[in-house]
Design a protein around this ligand. Structure first.
Ligand code: NAD
Ligand code: DAU
Length: 350
């Protein structure tokens, strides 16, 4: 039995990854470490919580003593590290939380893995899940490759870029076996409704304005979350130690075009007259330092490891909308209490 620690497994991508590994690899013991911030939700994993190869551990990666004693007791063979503060707008409002979790938390895990593994590195791997935002912002042309220089421009992307640097430093200095992937924007079921797609689905359901930053001309490269989990699985098993792999959907959308597509799907699925959801679009003051365009060159993972996305954007968006329509209780439970305070500060009082 291989013992694999997945951090941040109660969050959006982490929960899909945990389910994928628990179901696909019965000969792996999967440990999900998460401190359950506002973004962590064990309801995301209710279908697998009783599986014999799955264990949840409530712990905070920023606690050195907790992380070290956990590694001492469980003797993990590998780590897939996703736990992070992940929302750009929150990083603009409260950067310290991002530095604390994304930097200090990552270095704690690196140190604990190094101490636990010592010189016995056979079969060991520290896999760090990162973002394309570390590369900065593109103009109309060009793609991010693995060789693009880092140029993070938000507190979130600066904290993720720094964590990537620490992971590489532990590889080069101490010989820790690491791999890093940098992925583009994910979407799909269970995404917290602070990110564009689930926020707008929730607002449409509640007939609330759809707050578009600036002119809606920023471009993102969207990938269905289950395609990301398969990419992580592929890199985990076949990626070369010390390497970086970019993951993306070859699927660039200007925000306003994506929003109009989402509005038309929502009208269709909820039986509203065409144009009803679009009439909620409201242009608001731009996000500070808003990166114009992200776009990934995913040819390395495609050519070397044979991964490519399996779902078109139209298919993925339909699946996503269906999921939110069928899981209104989930949406209601995560948008009560603290969420309203966040929403008011972010959109109403600005
Ligand atoms: P998320 O915000 O949905 O989930 C983050 C999870 O980490 C939550 O379950 C939270 O409780 C947990 N967590 C936060 N701080 C913690 C701490 N101190 N100790 C333990 N657990 C903690 O994030 P996500 O969108 O699923 O992203 C997961 C990872 O993937 C992040 O590292 C993010 O940078 C990266 N990523 C995300 C995207 C995207 O589009 N969402 C794209 C590329 C990379
Ligand atoms: O590129 C990968 C990154 O994608 C991940 O690393 C981050 O964790 C993830 O949050 C995401 O970052 P973005 O800032 O691109 O995602 P977000 O959903 O916040 O915004 C997508 C675009 O939509 C962006 O151009 C800002 C715009 N937007 C977003 C919100 C929340 C709006 O116009 N209005 C909004 O209310």
């Amino acid at each position: 039995m291989r013992k694999i620690l997945i951090t941040g497994g109660a969050g959006f991508i982490g929960s899909h990854l945990v389910r994928h590994f628990v179901n696909k690899y019965p000969n792996y013991n999967i440990y999900n470490l998460d401190c359950l911030t506002y973004a962590g939700n064990l309801a995301n994993l209710s279908d697998i919580e009783n599986k014999s190869n799955y264990k949840f551990i409530k712990a905070d990666i920023t606690s050195e003593s907790d992380v070290f004693s956990l590694f001492e007791i469980e003797k993990f063979d590998a780590v897939i590290h996703l736990a992070a503060e992940s929302h750009v707008d929150r990083s603009i409002a409260n950067p310290m939380a991002f530095i604390h979790t994304n930097l200090v938390g990552t270095v704690n895990l690196l140190n604990a893995a190094r101490k636990s593994w010592g010189s016995d590195l056979n079969g060991k791997l520290f896999y760090h899940v990162s973002t394309d935002e570390v590369y900065g912002s593109l103009n109309d042309i060009g793609l991010f490759t693995e060789n693009t220089s880092y140029d993070p421009r938000s507190p979130y992307s600066a904290s993720k870029a720094s964590s990537d640097h620490f992971v590489r430093a532990w590889h080069h200095t101490y010989g820790l076996p690491v791999v890093i992937s940098n992925c583009s924007n994910n979407y799909g079921p269970n995404q917290f409704p602070e990110k564009l797609i689930p926020l707008f689905i929730n607002n449409i359901l509640n007939n609330k304005p759809l707050p578009v930053y600036g002119k809606g001309e920023n471009v993102r490269d969207w990938l269905f979350v289950l395609d990301h989990t398969v990419a992580i699985d592929t890199i985990f098993h076949k990626g070369r130690i010390g390497e970086t792999y970019n993951i993306g959907g070859h699927n660039e959308w200007k925000n306003i075009d994506l929003i109009k597509l989402l509005c038309s799907i929502m009208d269709k699925k909820t039986g509203r007259n065409p144009g009803t959801s679009e009439s909620l679009i409201t242009y608001i003051k731009d996000r500070a330092g808003h990166d114009l365009r992200y776009a990934i060159d995913a040819s390395k993972i495609q050519n070397e490891l044979g991964w490519k996305p399996s779902v078109t954007f139209e298919q993925g968006l339909e699946i996503t909308v269906e999921w939110y329509l069928n899981n209104k209780e989930w949406l209601e439970s995560v948008t009560s209490g603290e969420y309203q305070k966040y929403y008011d500060n972010q959109y109403i009082k600005r």
